[in-house]
Design a protein around this ligand. Structure first.
Ligand SMILES: *[C@@H]1O[C@H](CO)[C@@H](O)[C@H](O)[C@H]1NC(C)=O
Length: 997
């Protein structure tokens, strides 16, 4: 064995348990044992039918075996061999139907195949059939060969008449923590990132994958069928990732979920020696994200990465030198051992081109660092994840010697960290125009696993083409993961991972009706054995029919954001986002609909009849005429007039947002840009200088204007915000407290607090949070719920002097002078709060205005909450349980007919919708649209609009948005509910102008 020379590794990159010396000894010991045992065995049945059998050969053996091993070093997964597998297959290696063994024939569907036509467009077949048997797509097209059908027992064939419904490949998520961040999360099931060091290529996500994660079902119900499970992005090298299918297998193991188990997954030697099966790709997760800063700065990170790759390269060079000798027949037979190092196994495969590498790198500096690393060591970069600045430096990203990586992104949700600060909603379209492969992803707790298709929808709204938007969650991720030969497209011989939708998949609120994985139907879920968390009834029989929503079978129209896209590029990602104030006369033409604010609801003030669209005249920010073009004919004059064509658009009141700290911080992850830490009265003594046990604070004192979040909110029609100092919980931070002080209401367009009209209500409501301890608690023990409730009771009873702010404001809340907004998720805690409210009302004789925000489990108490006249503000319309307190979610379609929102409304509860993160405020209009389609006919569009305007105001006690002075938002090309529309202007009577956006 040749001498190994190890470069000194920094402490950072050495696993604590394994010193270098010990590691070398361990490896040698292992080699010796393996030599002595001369082992050879057949193993690994992967639990599918038919079983896969791999044969492994010992590392060191006869000359012949050494040569075979040497050969295997250079064997790589061969895309052309893999590609030829598809059409040949007649039964899937993953098919394990048990007794069911059904075939499915979908007839008369509109199929997005994901395959390319000769002209480069994506093949879409209308009026098409699709036959699934044995886990595969057996036939697709206008007529399925009769002989294929005739061999199928008719009792084993289920026919689904699609009546034109859209059918797509199952969605593929490259950025998933399903299973490793299992839901509901508990301390003992949190396996998604290791704190043992920055370089951990020996970790494998599959070893921490919980197959009972409730989110698997939720993600499948949202159309996702495969996901790359990443082992954490807080390490420079997080470990080996695995691409799994989300269905529960008969075996129930994590390994049986892997799409293509790499050879030798469960052996320590002899990888790649399989003779029968073509070699499969492995997957690596590495990161240069901000989260790795817990191990040092960028220079530290790059050194830890370089030293790790250097180590692996030394081993590779030793292997190559050894093999070069072996191949010429020169070696000392009796002592011959192939050099190896178990610890660097995965990186060796990376260097040998056998691994699809995902790198979580955002800023240009990080992309550059990673590309230089890749060029230095000669390994591929397949996916740049969260590459928020890639669109600004395309030439740089093209500069990897090993080819251009695909770019995986979120559509929106930027500006919350330095690395996402220059991110843009236009990035997917810009990158696509530069021929990058664009992948849309989810993002852990912020954009949960149910929202993948929503990311594609928004990317489409902001300019990505229909084809590419659908490809960005199907074929593009499948291809980047090396699995494009079996998933991500619909074609004969491919895995039968299929989704049938109730509307065009890019329509907001469109939902899967049926989902198949490996030709086995997963959605609707049938509750057979109590294994599934959510059941949704029974399958009707062998003949089924789907009733698509005829009005939503086409992709929505796409507004033009050309100007905004150009500006974004010109300003290097930070366009000023300011409007152009217009104080003269503005005439809006081709207006379809005008809504205005009434006292407590949205009123219609104009609706164009079918033929003729209307005209709205605005002078000094005030509407002076609404009607037909004759009604509002302009008297010719010298006055300057700005003409705006709304193209059938609408004018409606500006939206209100609540729930996030918008307006109180610039960049969430940079404490120097925020208000700072708050004192928690339940765990520290409030300093004497307050002379106030509760340490009451006012968000008004912390307002910062002109933040990017606020400007974005404004540009998307959210003209007013109520913010409190309460912040969303961050993983591993003990940042819960009970008292969050007083919220404030302000205009998102204001430049500073002294500007006239900047604040609408200095003190809006009193905010508390009642929560159980977090599973991820780090630091001092959390204060119990019982203690929190005891403290709240005492404060509401008025036992604190009214000379202090705490005494004063809690007294006001108890008397109902201001609302008490309680952030709470658990139904049990809500029930306790309802009792507490009765007690307090009884004692004080007031009418407390209690409101629950978050309130994931509120649907369980819809009736009681309605009777108690408690308002509810929901902050997630597609929730997943991120803590125990919210584990009982009502998922909504297609798993349940009802949604939490619908149940609350049915019970007569006063409901509003809010958000948790400031970057999500701009999406309020998309949320409303989703509600409109989920709620169906039970709520009129104006009532839905009220959820983020009049209802929310009433619940929060916002009084200052007077109908006469309220901002109005002009949407061109549709209403606030259509993806086809965009905000073009804000009409502001209070400022006496129209802001042209
Ligand atoms: C196929 O679906 C379309 C759209 O719903 C419908 O008009 C047509 O009649 C259907 N064709 C058959 C053969 O069922």
């Amino acid at each position: 064995m040749p001498e190994k020379t190890y470069a000194p590794l920094s402490d950072l990159s050495t696993p604590p348990a394994l010193s270098l010396a010990r590691k070398t000894v361990t490896v040698l010991f292992f080699l010796a044992i393996s030599l002595a045992l001369w082992w050879s065995y057949d193993v690994v049945s992967v639990g599918s039918t038919p079983a896969r059998v791999y044969t492994y050969v010992p590392a060191s053996a006869s000359a012949q075996e050494i040569l075979r091993r040497c050969n295997s070093f250079n064997a790589r997964p061969d895309p052309s061999v893999l590609a030829s597998l598809g059409p040949k297959r007649t039964i899937s290696d993953r098919y394990d139907p048990g007794k069911q063994n059904m075939s499915y024939l979908i007839t008369n569907a509109t199929i997005f195949t994901g395959m390319k036509n000769e002209d480069g467009s994506v093949k879409i077949i209308t009026g098409s059939d699709l036959l699934m048997t044995n886990g595969l797509i057996r036939a697709i097209g206008r007529d399925v060969p009769r002989d294929l059908l005739s061999v199928i027992d008719s009792r084993k064939l289920s026919v689904i008449r699609a009546n034109g419904s859209w059918v797509t490949p199952g969605l593929v998520d490259v950025n998933s923590q399903l299973g490793v961040f299992s839901s509901p999360p508990l301390r003992a099931s949190n396996d998604f990132d290791s704190k043992k060091g920055p370089i951990l290529p020996w970790l494998r996500s599959i070893d921490g994958l919980h197959t009972r994660d409730n989110n698997f079902e939720l993600a499948m119900a949202a159309g996702t069928t495969s996901a790359q499970i990443l082992p954490g992005s807080s390490n420079s090298i997080g470990g080996e990732a695995f691409v799994v299918k989300l269905r529960r297998t008969a075996e129930g193991s994590a390994v049986s979920m892997i799409v293509d188990p790499p050879h030798g997954l469960n052996s320590t030697r002899g990888k790649g020696l399989d003779q029968e099966e073509p070699m499969r790709w492995r997957h690596l997760m590495q990161s240069c994200s901000e989260k790795t800063r817990r191990y040092g700065n960028r220079m530290d990170m790059m050194w830890s990465l370089r030293s790790a790759y250097h180590e692996a390269r030394l081993v590779m060079q030793a292997q190559d030198a050894f093999c070069a000798k072996a191949e010429t027949g020169i070696w000392d037979d009796s002592r011959a051992q192939v050099p190896d190092d178990f610890q660097w196994d995965l990186l060796l495969d990376v260097l040998r081109g056998k691994v699809k590498v995902t790198s979580d790198c955002s800023e240009a500096i990080d992309l550059d660092n990673m590309i230089r690393l890749s060029n230095e060591f000669g390994f591929p970069l397949d996916i740049f994840l969260h590459a928020s600045e890639a669109y600004l430096v395309p030439a740089l990203v093209n500069g990897s010697d090993a080819g251009t990586p695909a770019i995986a992104l979120l559509s929106t949700g930027y500006h919350h960290s330095r690395e996402s600060y220059r991110g843009s909603e236009f990035a997917p379209a810009i990158l696509a125009s530069r021929n990058f492969s664009v992948i849309m992803t989810t993002d852990g707790l912020i954009v949960n696993s149910r929202q993948l298709i929503d990311e594609a929808r928004k990317a489409y709204h902001f300019g990505l083409s229909e084809d590419l938007a659908l490809a960005s969650v199907t074929s593009a991720p499948a291809k980047a993961l090396g699995l494009g030969y079996r998933i991500g497209v619909l074609e004969e011989g491919y895995d039968a991972d299929v989704v049938m939708w109730d509307s065009h998949p890019l329509q907001l609120g469109a939902s899967p009706v049926h989902v198949w994985i490996d030709g086995m139907r997963q959605i609707p879920l049938i509750k057979e054995s109590g294994r599934s968390t959510y059941s949704s009834g029974t399958i009707s029989g062998v003949e089924e029919s789907v009733d698509p929503d005829e009005t939503r079978q086409n992709a929505p129209g796409q507004p033009s954001y050309e100007k905004e896209t150009r500006e974004t590029l010109n300003w290097d990602g930070l366009p000023p986002l300011m409007g152009l104030p217009e104080e003269s006369r503005v005439v809006f033409r081709n207006v379809k609909e005008v809504w205005k604010k009434g006292r407590d609801k949205i009123e219609e003030s104009f609706l164009a009849d079918k033929e003729t669209l209307g005209t709205v005249i605005v002078e000094n920010g005030k509407i002076t005429c609404v009607g037909t073009s004759e009604d509002c004919a302009l008297v010719p004059s010298n006055e300057r007039t700005v003409d705006i064509d709304l193209q059938g658009g609408s004018i409606s009141p500006g939206l209100l947002t609540f729930g996030s700290p918008v307006g109180l911080e610039e960049i969430d992850s940079e404490s120097s840009t925020s208000d700072g830490d708050l004192l928690d009265a339940l765990s520290v003594n409030i300093p004497n200088i307050f002379n106030d046990v509760g340490g009451m604070i006012r968000a008004f004192d912390a307002l910062v204007f002109d933040t990017r979040h606020a400007r974005m909110a404004y540009r998307f029609g959210v003209t007013t915000a109520t913010s409190s100092l309460s912040k969303p919980h961050q993983l591993y931070k003990n940042d819960d407290r009970m008292i969050w002080g007083l919220s404030t209401t302000f205009r998102t367009a204001a430049s500073h607090v002294l500007e006239p009209g900047a604040t609408i209500q200095t003190d809006t409501a009193l905010h508390v949070r009642i929560t159980r301890p977090r599973f991820d608690l780090n630091g001092p023990p959390a204060v119990s719920v019982s203690s929190q409730l005891a403290a709240l009771r005492r404060l509401l009873y008025g036992w604190e002097s009214r000379d202090t702010d705490t005494g004063l404001w809690f007294r006001k809340a108890a008397e109902g002078v201001i609302p008490l907004i309680v952030e709470v998720e658990s139904a049990d805690i809500m029930a306790s709060l309802i009792l507490l409210r009765h007690e307090v009302d009884g004692k004080i004789g007031g009418q407390m205005r209690m409101v629950f925000i978050g309130a994931t489990e509120s649907w369980l108490l819809a009736k009681e909450i309605g009777q108690a006249r408690i308002g509810v503000i929901l902050t997630s319309l597609k929730p997943v349980a991120t803590k125990w307190d919210e584990r009982r979610i009502l998922p909504g379609p297609p798993l349940t007919n009802q949604t939490a929102l619908g149940m609350l409304l049915d019970a007569g509860v006063s409901v509003g919708i809010g958000v948790q993160h400031p970057q999500a405020v701009m999406e309020t209009r998309f949320q409303l649209s989703q509600v409109l389609h989920e709620i169906g006919a039970s709520l009129s569009p104006r009532e839905v609009y009220g959820l983020a305007t009049t209802n929310l105001e009433k619940i929060l006690g916002v009084k200052g948005i007077e109908p006469e002075s309220a901002d109005l938002v002009a949407f061109a090309g549709g209403s606030a509910f259509n993806l086809s529309s965009k905000v073009v202007a804000v009409i502001s009577p209070q400022r006496g102008l129209v802001d042209l956006l």
